[in-house]
Write a protein that binds this ligand. Structure first.
Ligand SMILES: C[S@@+](CC[C@H](N)C(=O)[O-])C[C@H]1O[C@@H](n2cnc3c(N)ncnc32)[C@H](O)[C@@H]1O
Length: 250
């Protein structure tokens, strides 16, 4: 069984995907792997998707959008077709730093009135997300997904990059569903790149945040970002936990 994003299939072109921007990601990690752990009633359980208010979801590092669309259909339970979606008040914004993946996501998007995809690098651009929130009259995303992204930001931007990512997401999200890659995946990612003679991940050796990555992320979110863990959805087939945080009530 593949246990991390260092899985065999993913190695076809590892050097071409230093941010985890694999072109065939969903052929070896289909959406169902994660969706089977997430209740379809999630939005209702969190008190959303009722009445007239907008519900905004964010998918960080959405790759080619397959999981974004499948997640939307999974948790938005009323049937949504393009004709009906004008009525839908649930919106999902997916973004990724890889423009080719975003182009694919846009071209195959079955619900363009409810789901949008934009190219964006979260480590450099924070204004676009703020603008999107303003356009929808909201101060926060009701639910943000950050699935299988933390390791890539950590490896490319170091400890401070990882902590900034989590702080930023906490500051714009009411709820945050997080899947942090475990440390063993870092080792395989760095080893693969080294074998290819790439030095992109030299920062790997300098990382002080290591070991239990889910616990580190939780500690930062709870201690420094005003969030609290409210649910753990067990482990995916890749042996990763899906952790649901919410902004702490004051
Ligand atoms: C392993 S894929 C996971 C895709 C999706 N989140 C999922 O779990 O199915 C990681 C994605 O994060 C994106 N990514 C990495 N760093 C990013 C950044 N700084 N800003 C936006 N996207 C990023 C990559 O381009 C890649 O598509």
């Amino acid at each position: 069984m593949a246990t991390c994003s260092g899985s065999v299939d993913e190695l076809n072109e590892p050097g071409a995907a230093p941010h985890g921007n694999f072109i065939n990601y969903y052929t070896f990690n289909p959406p169902e792997n994660r969706l089977s752990l997430i209740p379809a009633s999630l939005l209702q359980d969190l008190g959303y998707n009722r009445g007239e208010e907008n519900t905004l979801m964010l998918d960080v590092g959405c790759n080619s959008g397959d999981l974004s669309v499948a997640f939307y259909k999974h948790v938005v339970q009323e049937p949504v077709s393009e004709d009906e979606s004008e009525k839908s008040r649930v919106h999902l914004l997916g973004f990724d730093l890889d423009e080719a993946l975003i182009q694919r996501a846009q071209q195959t998007n079955p619900l363009p009135r409810s789901i949008s995809f934009i190219p964006l690098d979260i480590t450099t651009d924070t204004e676009q997300l703020q603008r999107y929130l303003e356009q929808h009259g909201c101060s926060h995303f009701h639910l943000s997904l950050c699935l299988a992204v933390t390791m890539w930001v950590h490896l490319n931007h170091g400890d401070s990059g990882l902590l900034q990512l989590l702080s930023h997401l906490a500051s714009i999200s009411q709820h945050l569903l997080l899947e942090a890659q475990p440390w063993k995946c870092y080792r395989s990612a760095a080893r693969r790149l080294r074998k290819l003679g790439r030095s992109d991940f030299d920062v790997f050796k300098t990382l002080k945040i290591r070991g239990d990555m889910a616990a580190h992320a939780r500690e930062h979110l709870e201690r420094d970002c005003g969030m609290e863990l409210i649910q753990s959805y067990g482990s995916t087939v890749w042996d990763r936990k899906l952790l649901l945080f919410r902004r702490r009530l004051v």
